[in-house]
Design a protein around this ligand. Structure first.
Ligand SMILES: [Zn+2]
Length: 392
């Protein structure tokens, strides 16, 4: 059994309440972390650190759990830079561009799709993301959804079947038939590669009856539920997610009091995706209202070629602090422990004995710098399962 000591940590975010005080981040100072067999074996004061086979000197910098990006669409081909430019010139975002990516994705080879996922996964890793959820949703045929998930599963355990992203053009005038396809042969082909099922429940995508039917079919074959909800306007998606016991409802940009009441006290996480509001020049979700109501909030990138083409969790943390009035501590917690909660994972998102040794060492003395120094590459080193990843 080989051991590794990450030593001389100036500020350690544990997300383990009671571990060292400092609020929900469980901050410790002058700390060390011992890693054995890919897991955290010990956390404590540097002066008490046990001996280890190898040592990484953090040189007084901050160390955090790796980011958990719980919402990403990485399996696609092409890009939509021209659509972004048109939006910045004043055209509104409607979600209709998804069909452009569907055409490009269907035409791409497996290797092209795999290369794109690998490139974006590498981008995220260099920015501290040690766990990522990856959705299908740009294939929208039985074969293309299954291969999207098969490729996604090469990169993560948290794969999500999103056959109900939009109704593809060939089913435009018979959406009931498409829902039948999603619940039948498409789900059967996708389920072996998927942990989760998701639906874009929004005007112009899937209404609440279709969304409920699709999610129930997924639950019946053992998939966990997540929902794209209330992004473009108010709607029933959030309450549907809570009703079905979803792990997370994502976007939550337009919420009524009834939506917030439903989330409050439920185990469903509200995952906010400020990269989408940034990239579509839309109003940000009201994070403070959710936090004040006691709702568990996560932050994720929504990385996709249309509405949020960023793989950067530090960028999302900075947006959440500046634009959504989250404190830096709330934003960092939401991007790590919050993401883990949104994936119903207790082995990640925290640095305590028994957790996976997924962590990042910053080129900064405090987690505060993630929001205080936006756009600056502050991730010096990333460990995943205790193994150093390629440096930026
Ligand atoms: Zn999304």
């Amino acid at each position: 059994m080989s051991s590794l000591l990450v030593d001389n940590i100036g500020e350690l975010v544990t997300n383990s309440v009671g571990a060292g005080g400092g609020g929900p981040l469980g901050l410790r100072h002058d700390a060390a972390v011992l890693v054995e067999d890919g897991l955290v074996a010990w956390v404590g004061p540097a002066r008490d650190a046990p001996a280890a086979d190898r040592r990484i000197d953090a040189e007084g910098a901050a160390v955090l759990p790796g980011f958990v990006d719980s919402h990403a669409h990485l399996v696609f081909a092409g890009d939509r830079a021209a659509e972004f430019a048109a939006r910045m010139a004043g055209e509104p975002y409607t979600g209709g561009g998804i069909r452009t990516t569907v055409g490009a994705t269907r035409a791409a080879s497996d290797d092209e799709l795999r290369a794109t996922v690998g490139r974006l996964r590498g981008e995220g890793m260099r920015q501290g993301t040690t766990t990522i959820e990856i959705k299908s949703g740009y294939g929208l045929t039985v074969a293309d959804e299954a291969r999207s998930l098969r490729i996604a599963a090469e990169f993560t355990e948290d794969t999500t079947f999103l056959g109900a992203h939009v109704v593809p053009a060939e089913y435009a005038d018979r959406p009931d038939d498409y829902v039948g396809l999603v619940c039948g042969p498409m789900l059967a082909a996708a389920a072996p590669y998927a942990r989760w099922i998701d639906v874009f429940c929004e005007r112009g995508a899937f209404d609440v009856d279709h969304a409920r039917a699709i999610l129930a079919c997924g639950q019946a074959v053992g998939l966990g539920v997540r929902v794209h909800a209330n992004q473009l306007g108010p709607g029933p998606g959030v309450r549907l997610g809570v009703e079905l016991g979803a792990a997370s409802v994502d976007h939550c940009t337009h919420l009524t009091d009834a939506d917030v009441d439903a989330l409050s006290g439920s185990p469903t996480v509200a995952t906010l995706l400020p990269g989408a509001e940034f990239s579509t020049r839309s109003p940000y979700p009201d994070a403070r209202r959710l936090l004040d109501a006691g709702v568990t909030v996560a932050l994720a990138t929504d990385c996709n070629p249309g509405s949020s083409y960023t793989s950067s969790m530090p960028f999302c943390v900075a947006l959440a602090v500046r634009e959504m009035r989250m404190t830096p501590a709330e934003a960092v917690w939401a991007a790590t422990a919050g993401g883990a909660a949104a994936l119903r994972r207790s082995d990640i998102g925290r640095l305590a004995r028994g957790a996976r040794a997924d962590l990042m060492i910053l080129d900064a003395p405090s987690y505060l710098h993630l929001a205080y120094r936006p756009g600056v590459p502050l991730i010096r080193q990333v460990l995943r399962n205790g193994v150093p990843q390629c440096r930026p």
